[in-house]
Design a protein around this ligand. Structure first.
Ligand SMILES: Cc1cc2nc3c(=O)[nH]c(=O)nc-3n(C[C@H](O)[C@H](O)[C@H](O)COP(=O)(O)OP(=O)(O)OC[C@H]3O[C@@H](n4cnc5c(N)ncnc54)[C@H](O)[C@@H]3O)c2cc1C
Length: 334
């Protein structure tokens, strides 16, 4: 059936967008923030929200400590063509090779490779990608024509404060962590949702400025858990015997319903609990209905993790995707 509502247009928002200029610094006073731009001009705003990624200029200029852990591992990620047919699949230490279009197969391929060292100067190169391929596979498969090459690490840090006066941080500017579990963007979007309506209330004079302090109070603790679980996932991919033992222990635990449900709720952030004081059990929480729905989806994702894929047939059978007890029979309405 034709959905007439799909033709609705998004109304234009009267927000000026400045292209091709970077923020280089700012100065704040009691009534606003002067934002300095790379072309020498400046903008005046009531508030400044730094959403400028893990190397945030705004975070640095605000003097907010980005506390945490330096990188211990580094991976290259690229989209490339290859002359030879590569070995497709996920590697034990993380990463691997796969077709960009899995349905069609063949190139171009997306490649993720662990690097032999962590300290790098400058942007990643084709030479480094070739070297990493040879280390991992014994051949570079005749790699060529990169669409892009990038690099990520397991650096794990969080701003000690999400607010300094009229300056706030959101997304990777406020927190960085290994991408394992795919939680970074999700966490940043939740920051934006939490901060957006509060900022609107304060700017419109509907709520006192103190409302902005609840942004840090609510978002920082939950993101601590994201940092913790991503660091734990990094520990699980180390290949030595002790980590192997840890992985087996985790496999056993994830074969049980309750631990698996907890981890699933944590990875999809539906277990986030904002401390809003005494009251109804759902106060400050997501609806349990959503948590159960997500559990079914994330359970399938958990099954793809190396710890489960390498486990015994019995543990695999216990953790394989299957209907969840008490799960909703249809997707929740948005
Ligand atoms: C390999 C990999 C896989 C990932 N997979 C997932 C996943 O599956 N799911 C998930 O949720 N997350 C995932 N993430 C994490 C996710 O990509 C990030 O958390 C997310 O992109 C952060 O968004 P952001 O807008 O905060 O920062 P960014 O995406 O870094 O955007 C920052 C923007 O600010 C601009 N900028 C920077 N400095 C300035 C300046 N001085 N002035 C003006 N503009 C500036 C940049 O050009 C950029 O456009 C993955 C990350 C990696 C590395």
């Amino acid at each position: 059936m034709r959905n007439h509502r799909s033709h609705r247009t998004v109304p234009t928002i009267a927000v000026p967008i400045v292209h091709e200029r970077e923020v280089t610094g700012f100065a704040q006073d009691d009534t606003g923030v002067d934002v300095e731009l790379s072309d020498g001009t400046s903008l005046r705003a009531d508030y400044l929200v730094g959403c400028d990624g893990g190397r945030s200029v705004v975070c640095k200029a605000a003097g907010i400590e980005f506390a945490g852990w330096d990188p211990t591992r580094s991976w290259l990620i690229a989209e490339v063509e290859m002359d030879e047919q590569p070995e497709i699949g996920i590697r034990r230490e993380g990463g691997g090779i796969g077709p960009v279009d899995p349905a069609q197969g063949g190139g171009p391929y997306r490649v993720v490779l662990k690097e032999t060292h962590v300290d790098h100067i400058g942007e990643p190169t084709m030479e480094e990608l070739c070297e990493a391929l040879v280390v991992a596979y014994g051949t570079d498969y005749g790699v060529h024509s990169p669409t892009w090459i990038s690099r990520f690490t397991d650096m794990t840090r969080q701003a000690v404060s999400y607010r300094d006066g009229r300056v706030l941080l959101a997304g990777d500017a406020a927190h960085v962590h290994p991408p394992h579990g795919g939680q970074g963007l999700n966490t940043g979007v939740q920051d934006a949702v939490n901060l957006g309506w509060k900022l609107a209330q304060v700017v419109n004079g509907t709520s006192p400025e103190g409302l902005l302090d609840t942004y840090h109070a609510e978002r920082h603790p939950g993101t601590d858990r994201v940092l913790q679980n991503t660091m734990a996932q990094i520990a699980l991919i180390d290949p030595d015997g002790r980590h192997e033992a840890l992985r087996e222990t985790m496999t056993e635990l994830l074969g049980m319903d309750e631990p698996r449900r907890r981890i699933a709720a944590m990875l999809c952030a539906l277990d986030v609990h904002y401390d809003l004081g005494e009251g109804h059990p759902l106060l400050g929480r997501r609806d349990d209905y959503l948590v159960r729905a997500a559990y079914c989806g994330v359970e399938k994702f958990l099954w793809t993790l190396p710890t489960l894929r390498r486990s015994s047939p019995a543990a695999l059978a216990a953790s394989a995707p299957r209907p969840c007890a008490g799960s909703p029979s249809r997707a929740p309405r948005s």
